[in-house]
Design a protein around this ligand. Sequence first.
Ligand SMILES: NC(=O)c1ccc[n+]([C@@H]2O[C@H](COP(=O)([O-])OP(=O)(O)OC[C@H]3O[C@@H](n4cnc5c(N)ncnc54)[C@H](O)[C@@H]3O)[C@@H](O)[C@H]2O)c1
Ligand SMILES: NC(=O)c1ccc[n+]([C@@H]2O[C@H](COP(=O)([O-])OP(=O)(O)OC[C@H]3O[C@@H](n4cnc5c(N)ncnc54)[C@H](O)[C@@H]3O)[C@@H](O)[C@H]2O)c1
Lengths: 185, 185
Amino acid sequence: MEKEGRISCSSYEIGERADILDTKVRKDLSSFGQFGIAGRGYKIKNLKKKIEEIIGKDSIWKIAVIGVGNLGTALLKYPGFKEECCKIVLAFDSDPQKIGKIIDSVPIYDIESIEREIRKNNLKIGIIATPSEEAQNVVNRLIKSGIKALLNFAPVSLSVPDDIKIIDIDLTARLEALAYYLTHK
Amino acid sequence: MEKEGRISCSSYEIGERADILDTKVRKDLSSFGQFGIAGRGYKIKNLKKKIEEIIGKDSIWKIAVIGVGNLGTALLKYPGFKEECCKIVLAFDSDPQKIGKIIDSVPIYDIESIEREIRKNNLKIGIIATPSEEAQNVVNRLIKSGIKALLNFAPVSLSVPDDIKIIDIDLTARLEALAYYLTHK
Ligand SMILES: NC(=O)c1ccc[n+]([C@@H]2O[C@H](COP(=O)([O-])OP(=O)(O)OC[C@H]3O[C@@H](n4cnc5c(N)ncnc54)[C@H](O)[C@@H]3O)[C@@H](O)[C@H]2O)c1
Ligand SMILES: NC(=O)c1ccc[n+]([C@@H]2O[C@H](COP(=O)([O-])OP(=O)(O)OC[C@H]3O[C@@H](n4cnc5c(N)ncnc54)[C@H](O)[C@@H]3O)[C@@H](O)[C@H]2O)c1
């Protein structure tokens, strides 16, 4: 929104962009203190600064990608990550043809060294881009190495302990939402 | 949930899995008639049948993917689509080395033939997997061809008319949510 030259916005607009209810936006933001003006929304510059404080923007989170196939390669090249909170620093694969390569300055390690490399670099976030049948085993090894949060692309439901946060990227649900919109237009 | 052998579930559990508020689940489902039991949730078998009716499961939505690079290729091979509501039937690219190829039985056409092929196959849903700088131009051509709903992967904000539904897959927002979770654990 800032790039569009706007000065202020409402919780409704924030919710709309982030695909969450405006009541949830107001609830979440209000737990960090009062910085919106009732009825007139939030000053975008203040909001951006406040959000950066909240998610600890000053610290960049280092991330590992597991599985460097079509999707994993697209993730290593994704420009969207470079300026934000997070940076992909390591990748792992089981294919000897890929191990030892470097994509967009990210080295690809052998999956067998995952415990050592994750601990050495003190990583907390992992992205799963392996085939579904490998995903649970890979997640178990990541959690043993100290990973606390996961972004999962494999179309499989993964079981993790309660203190581990996992977000599934479920394309089928998104497409069904589009189909629902078209059926009820 | 059905695959896990469950018989019933609550709106809270549905919301949890789909990453939306349970109040929104109850509100959305109740607008299709009464089929939950107050206090005891929904019978999963009834719910599944009801949802299939709602999104018009009997009709499979045909989809076009624009941009067959790393991400586009992963989408053509994605097993998650095959059994559900939607099926990728066409792909488009501007690279002569890719045009005319077939990936997982999906033919890749020249982007220049996009209007003719989209109209001929009466497609309504498109997936954008091109570089950001190409996305707006591609979207304009898709809308001219009759596309009504879009799933956008390019990290750019696209402008579309009000009657067009667009869902952005914003990985940065997902990673910030994981970073937020870790900062406030
Ligand atoms: N949710 C989505 O948006 C979406 C979209 C497309 C694909 N996918 C899913 O993402 C995953 C990857 O898709 P793809 O097209 O890149 O597949 P791919 O076959 O091209 O890549 C998989 C990679 O994982 C590696 N691998 C296999 N076992 C491994 C292990 N134990 N440890 C480390 N690496 C291992 C392979 O060597 C390969 O490089 C699949 O599960 C697919 O279903 C999800
Ligand atoms: N949101 C996400 O989850 C996510 C993840 C990774 C990548 N991305 C984004 O997805 C897009 C694709 O990423 P990638 O790694 O596959 O890139 P890529 O460069 O590998 O693929 C791009 C493809 O688009 C084709 N193309 C270029 N201009 C075109 C046009 N006018 N019409 C049709 N095809 C055209 C190219 O020939 C190429 O095959 C990028 O915008 C990237 O930033 C998003």
